[in-house]
Design a binder for this molecule. Structure first.
Ligand code: AMP
Ligand code: ZN
Ligand code: FE
Ligand code: FE
Length: 278
């Protein structure tokens, strides 16, 4: 089984890199890609554990791009992890995540629901390449007793249009495609059925985007069929995975279930010139 979409504690997943590989093995997954948000910090541990377990592991990432003030997640695969421009870009993405969380903290304080974000931010050391995000603020709101659940934190304060929502500064999806190409990688628009920005796809394909994510837990059968047809129409490939965020994350239902067919992975690997085995 091939799963090209999962997260670790290097971003907002709950499984540490080595633990994730053990879970992957238990699910019968034989080819994996970790796609943490704006960081490849888990790579060394994941690739070492995967090699030891006989699991094929390809470089992956989920870059947060912005179009019209809204987030558009872009998956990258098979890129050079040491590419200087990509590495520098990802560092600025993580710095902006810190900036945004500090601004959220100030906003929450003014709203009369102060939280201690410093501890969380200090723990997520920049040098370790960990990508922080709104879930940290949500957890702090729960811990401070201002809300009962993470969902309530987003619904009342952190979600788009809510009072502690801070706009993200970001690169356009088209620029992600170009950057990923310069880094030797393949770009796939993540979960288009969740992002709901299909109107961007023609320009992304024109810019060189090579794939879209067809298999994803938030896609129903109709989405899957529709995006598969769209890929065929645009002459691009397809990717897929579980978007696993760890046990108890509320985003684990696709793990061991939602996967990329072997034939589709073979096309992707051939396009990328990947020499490993699936
Ligand atoms: P950020 O990258 O800082 O914008 O945070 C986005 C992350 O917040 C997503 O990947 C989800 O894990 C989480 N998230 C977004 N909306 C919600 C929500 N309504 N309930 C729970 N978690 C959410
Ligand atoms: Zn996530
Ligand atoms: Fe995503
Ligand atoms: Fe994801």
């Amino acid at each position: 089984m091939i799963d090209l979409h999962m997260h670790t504690t290097a971003s907002d997943g709950r499984s540490a890199p080595t633990d994730l590989v053990a879970e992957v093995v238990a699910q019968g997954i034989t080819t994996m890609a970790v796609t943490d948000h704006d960081t490849t910090a888990a790579w060394d541990e994941v690739s070492a554990a995967a090699a030891a377990a006989g699991v094929a592991c390809i470089p992956g990432i989920e870059i947060t791009a912005v179009d019209d003030g809204r987030d558009v997640h872009m998956l990258g695969y098979f890129f050079d992890r040491h590419h200087a421009e990509l590495s520098a870009f990802l560092a600025t993405q993580r710095e902006d995540r810190h900036r945004r969380l500090r601004a959220i903290g100030e906003r929450l304080e003014r709203l009369g629901v102060p939280v201690d974000l410093d501890r969380a931010l200090a723990g997520a050391d920049q040098r370790m390449g960990r990508a922080v995000g709104r879930p940290l603020a949500a957890a702090a709101l729960v811990e401070a007793g201002h809300v009962a659940t993470l969902k309530e934190a987003f619904d009342r304060y952190l979600g788009e249009g809510r009072p502690a929502f801070i706009e993200r500064q970001g690169i356009s999806p088209v620029d992600v495609v170009a950057l990923m190409a310069r880094a030797g990688g393949v770009t796939s628009m993540a979960h288009p059925g969740k992002t709901l920005r299909d109107e961007l796809i023609p320009a992304l394909v024109a810019a060189g985007m090579q794939a879209i994510e067809v298999w994803h837990p938030d896609h129903d059968g109709i989405d899957t069929a529709r995006y598969r047809q769209m890929a065929t129409r645009f002459g691009i490939l397809v990717t897929g995975g579980s978007d696993y965020h760890g046990n108890g994350s509320g985003r684990s239902q696709g793990f061991g279930q939602v996967h990329l067919p072997v034939s589709d992975f073979a096309r992707l690997a051939a396009l990328a010139g990947w020499a490993g085995r699936a």
